[in-house]
Design a protein around this ligand. Sequence first.
Ligand SMILES: [Zn+2]
Ligand SMILES: [Zn+2]
Length: 401
Amino acid sequence: MQHQTLPKASQESLVNQMKCLVKEDLNKDGLSLRNDMLEPTVGVGEVKIRVLATAVCGTDKSIYGSSRSVGIRNEMQRYLSAGQYSPIVVGHEFCGIVEEVGPGVKAEHVNVPQELLIEVGDYVTAEMHLSCGHCHLCRTGNEHICTMVKVKGLHLDGCFAQHVVVPYKNVIQLGKNGDTSQIPTKIGAMLDAFGNAVHTVQEADVAGKSVAILGAGPLGLMATFLCRAFGATRIYLTEAADVDRRFGLAREFGADSCIDVSKGSADLHRQVEKFETGSNGVDVVLEMSGSLPAYDDAFRIVRNGGQVVLLGLAREPLKNFDIANGVIWKGVTVKGIFGRKMFATWETMLSLIRSDRLDLKSKLDRVLAAKVYALDEYEEAFETLARGTELKLVFSPGNKK
Ligand SMILES: [Zn+2]
Ligand SMILES: [Zn+2]
């Protein structure tokens, strides 16, 4: 794809305003469609990207319904004093085409081979967690849990917009010169979410192990086909809503036992008892739902010496959690997962997707709604997700309604 530089005069008339979805007021539900926001401008070491596709995730749903979530309101004001909120563009999962590379980048990358450079016209995505780069964690290979991390679309302007600006370092190359043939844009838009699933499954060492995945949302479904690909011996999957469709997909993705927990978890315990005859539970539990009863299940079904990996975000603190019986006497290893490792997880997921062996692109596509929405259709899109008619969907900010 050729990128043409416009004459200065027309450039100025075009770069002014863009369409985007903004969270105006944390105490009111919904988002606002704006046509009058100024396009972001690149600063030193930054890259401006024209958004081709942007995916909606659970965090965006919480932001949409912010009046009901103290957690999300507090998080969005984390770096501000109370009452200081000013509207931001929401969204953090996207892919697009590089429009402009800011000052300073070229000078810093003189000897870098061209295939590694991010240049105007390249097809890219980005890690939207911006770490400080200087704290103890950042300096010891733990940037993903930097205590000063700022998330675009949560603390800073995000990508439910026609254009977004990100630090050069955070840009991930998907195809030189706008080549989208290896990774379709719908998939390019959801790599952030896929990365959460990859990070979770990789932390657990599932090869040759039995695994229980709690929650069959988009991430639980992705974890299912990843565990199958990574050599899990038996996969249990639980869900409480829309079970017929989700379990149908999950079985195709490789789940062995799909258990409806809408009326409690007796069935789950029976299944685990039936198949895990050599020990007192499953080797690995991946908690991907954030639902409160699931935490109880996780530590009851894990075997002594097993692993529990926690990705789902509990909406409130756990009460009456039995740490002695659930963790200590069982010798369980517990690991929390936040975001993607920078940038090890990205390297892993890109090689997984680029490899045709695992058929991951078509599996990821099946988690997404067939329809691609225009930004103007955001109300319909969020209602569709709230109703559970679709699990995950993508906007194309360039599309008209
Ligand atoms: Zn997300
Ligand atoms: Zn840091």
